[in-house]
Design a protein around this ligand. Structure first.
Ligand SMILES: Nc1nc2c(c(=O)[nH]1)N[C@H]1C(S)=C(S)[C@@H](COP(=O)(O)OP(=O)(O)OC[C@H]3O[C@@H](n4cnc5c(=O)[nH]c(N)nc54)[C@H](O)[C@@H]3O)O[C@H]1N2
Ligand SMILES: Nc1nc2c(c(=O)[nH]1)N[C@H]1C(S)=C(S)[C@@H](COP(=O)(O)OP(=O)(O)OC[C@H]3O[C@@H](n4cnc5c(=O)[nH]c(N)nc54)[C@H](O)[C@@H]3O)O[C@H]1N2
Ligand SMILES: [Mo]
Length: 692
């Protein structure tokens, strides 16, 4: 028997981007382990990726191209050859490409985070056609934009520093589920005497393990940050020198923050005055004493109407108290902006003859149903889905389904499995998993460039996304050289080796080593140097004013809350959030039995006060509904959800739920204040017990 160890990288949409060691015995991957030498992975994997071979060798893996023989959505397919599949697709796309190229729409997100199997050959293909551009907003663009206005880019505290913090505020994140290797460091900080505080409307796995949990109302984080600024300024818990040298607009900010008394803040956030004042005193007081105070803020705060502003306000706090002076101080939202990637080269944006229209992936529900019009352009006639599962993950799901049901829509899905979305495809193409292809990776949690080697041969007739688009390009008659580049040739262009951060980047060397840290300072903004227009942390942003936004930190209430929409709240009195379940990765892994068993079935956490008034007992089946739709779940009566809030951990495959539906039946297509992002956690519902 020959046994080898192959260096790989986890492709999942998670900040940790782990370095993997894959054991291969006679061509079969038998184990996936965390690389013990990689500083952030440190030999540990989450439950999901430890079972990656179970997913790769799953008996339901798609191994051959398929064509639909049943009705859309029914899931009846028949095996066809690659030749037939590619010919069918090219024959459909060619006339559309000639007549109305924007009627062709790619739909993809982060099923893999790889720079190569993500957007490289696929973008070249769609750019050459002149297809509609896709605004990839479904996750992070609200916070990205709010942070950019303030800090200048997605750069923050190095993940490898958090264990040295003395105060750690986990703000709108559940790292035990979604950022495990940060949590390891948070625990180390705790052992070293740090205080951990969670800010989250739900007592998540993480909030439960922190010293303090501040359970504010969803969508009110921007107000809490303003209240903290108020107290910091009033009690002079400030770093005047840092403010004077490295920030812009303090005097205006002071006036704005003056409006946010602890009383008003507490009222808006549904918490106590003491919670506001004590948190500000602790944060400002420790910073003043020279202790490292750090904030890890995540996606939980962003999925509401004012999500961009919430992140912006939070990002102002470290500059006020001078927390950036310490490597273990500051704030981390995402580290993605630290990587000098070469996306224009990988994606060949220069192939575009003109800038096509852009369709927002968040509003796919409306956009697939939209007829041709002068403002919209042509109706969408063909959609090619890869690295995503829109039927399960996009908001206002009933509309998404109705769009994909259109008989005149031609749908191609590149997938590992027959997902909810694949059921609506005309042609399904089998894609390789991370063990079967190569890729280059950045991370949005740490600072390592990562390489993934192929560990095994493709399963069945599966092909890598890149190869599928290469073959399609040939069928379309595209003979540009860029469609002939191999995955290795693509990966060699992944990072800009002239950039000081990636100096010496060499793909062959990276493949051998597996990972290489970016060349970055320990404390990125200790001496200012913010990549904003002014070079400072912008409390006042002229760019925001230009963009029609309030240039100062402000509070934008949710679309759907008791305070902002009492009429709606009279009918739908409960706020619903649907954050990630620990054993799933968005909708990936829901079909892996061992992981699904760990989650059981779709649940709804509901506070005892709210269940009692509805005669709901623990374990009852309940219907969750609003004007957009409904879904069914099993009630868990628990005070983990604050009163007035219900929590349905997600994202379930619809077809694996008893009613064929999931939480996105009730979420809306309304967009955030900035970044054109979804508002998954800005949803009012009613809940009723199902007659048994
Ligand atoms: N196991 C697992 N890991 C994942 C994922 C997964 O599905 N499963 N998904 C990955 C992806 S794509 C992403 S974007 C990240 C997301 O992971 P996180 O950044 O952790 O964000 P969320 O899970 O959206 O929300 C985290 C917490 O925010 C809380 N929250 C909800 N609304 C609010 C609010 O208004 N204010 C505050 N302060 N908190 C709120 C939720 O209750 C939840 O406990 O995780 C990644 N990692
Ligand atoms: N209600 C609710 N909805 C949510 C969220 C929530 O918290 N609540 N979270 C939102 C967030 S943060 C995000 S990021 C989105 C995520 O939405 P998506 O990016 O669509 O993520 P997944 O649901 O995991 O689907 C990814 C799919 O890509 C496939 N895939 C993986 N690798 C490859 C590959 O190499 N080739 C091909 N062809 N396919 C591949 C997987 O099999 C999987 O089916 O969901 C959003 N939706
Ligand atoms: Mo995400």
């Amino acid at each position: 028997m020959t046994t080898t160890q192959v260096r790989a990288a986890c492709p999942l949409d998670c900040p940790d981007t782990c370095a993997l060691l894959v054991t291969v015995e006679d061509g079969v991957a038998t184990a996936v382990k965390g690389d013990p030498d990689h500083p952030t992975t440190a030999g540990v994997l989450c439950t999901k990726v430890a079972r990656y071979t179970e997913r790769t060798y799953h008996e339901e893996r798609l191994l051959y191209p398929l064509k639909r023989v049943g009705k859309k959505g029914e899931g009846k397919f028949e095996r066809i050859s690659w030749e037939e599949a590619l010919d069918t697709i090219a024959a459909k796309l060619k006339p559309i490409a000639e007549r109305a190229p924007e009627a062709i729409l790619p739909y993809s997100y982060c099923g893999t985070m790889g720079l190569i199997q993500g957007e490289s050959m696929s973008s070249r293909f769609f750019n050459k056609i002149g297809a509609s551009l896709l605004d990839r907003t479904i996750c992070a663009t609200a916070g990205f934009t709010g942070y950019k206005y303030t800090i200048g880019g997605s750069i923050g505290t190095d993940m490898e520093q958090f264990q040295n913090a003395k105060l750690l505020i986990i703000w709108g994140g559940n790292p035990i589920a979604s950022n495990l290797h940060f949590w390891t460091r948070a625990q180390e900080a705790k052992r070293n005497g740090a205080k951990l505080i969670a800010i989250d409307p739900y007592r998540s796995l993480t909030a439960e393990k922190c010293h303090q949990h501040i359970a504010l109302l969803p969508g009110t984080d921007a107000a809490l940050a303003l209240g903290l600024m108020h107290v910091l300024i009033k009690e002079d818990l400030l770093d005047h020198d840092y403010i004077a040298q490295y920030t812009l607009g303090f005097e205006q900010l002071k006036q704005r923050a003056a409006e946010w008394t602890p009383e008003r803040t507490a009222e808006t956030c549904g918490i106590t005055v003491d919670e506001v004042v004590d948190l500000a005193r602790l944060y400002g007081g420790m910073a003043k004493a020279g202790e490292p105070v750090a904030i890890r803020t995540n996606y939980g705060v962003q999925r509401v109407r004012g999500g961009g502003m919430a992140v912006r306000n939070i990002a102002c706090l470290p500059a006020l108290v001078g927390a950036w002076r310490h490597p273990a101080g500051g704030v981390q939202l995402s580290s993605s902006g630290s990587f000098p990637t070469n996306k224009p080269k990988l994606q060949r944006t220069d192939l575009l003859k003109k800038i096509p229209r852009t369709i927002n992936m968040t509003t796919i529900g409306d956009d697939l149903l939209r007829p041709a019009s002068p403002s919209f352009g042509p109706a969408v006639e063909a959609v090619i889905v890869y690295n995503s599962n829109p039927l399960a993950i996009a908001p206002d799901s009933d509309k998404v389904m109705r769009g994909f049901l259109r008989e005149d829509l031609f749908t191609v899905v590149l997938e590992h499995f027959q997902t909810d979305t694949a059921d609506y495809a005309d042609i399904v193409l089998p894609a390789t998993t991370q063990l079967e292809h190569i890729d280059a990776h950045t991370s949005y949690g740490h600072l390592y460039m990562m390489a993934n080697n192929a560990a095994i041969a493709p399963m069945g007739e599966a092909k890598a996304n890149t190869e599928i688009f290469r073959l399609l390009a040939a069928k379309m008659g595209f003979d540009d050289d860029c469609f002939k580049e191999s995955d290795d040739e693509l990966a060699a262009q992944a990072f800009n080796a002239q950039d000081v951060r990636a100096i010496g980047f060499d793909w062959d060397a990276l493949k051998q080593k597996g990972w290489q840290k970016l060349n970055m300072p320990d404390a990125p903004f200790a001496q200012g140097g913010f990549p904003t227009p002014s070079g400072k942390c912008e409390f006042y942003s002229a760019q925001m004013e230009k963009d029609g936004l309030d240039p100062l930190p402000s509070y934008i209430p949710p679309y759907e809350s008791a305070a902002s929409n009492p009429e709606l709240a009279a009918r739908y009195p409960l706020a619903m959030i649907s954050p990630p379940a620990r054993n799933f990765l968005n909708s990936t892994f829901v079909n892996v039995k061992s992981l699904r068993s760990a989650e059981g079935e779709p649940h709804l956490d509901i506070h005892p006060d709210d269940s009692a008034s509805r005669s709901i007992a623990n374990g009852d089946m309940v219907r969750i509904f609003n004007d957009r739709g409904s879904f069914v779940a099993k009630a868990r009566v628990t005070d983990k959800a604050r009163a007035g809030l219900v929590v349905g951990l997600s994202v379930w495959w619809k077809k694996l739920a008893s009613d064929g539906k999931n939480a996105n039946e009730v979420t809306s297509q309304q967009l955030t204040d900035m970044g054109r992002a979804p508002t998954f956690y800005d949803t009012l519902v009613q809940v009723e017990r199902l007659a048994s």
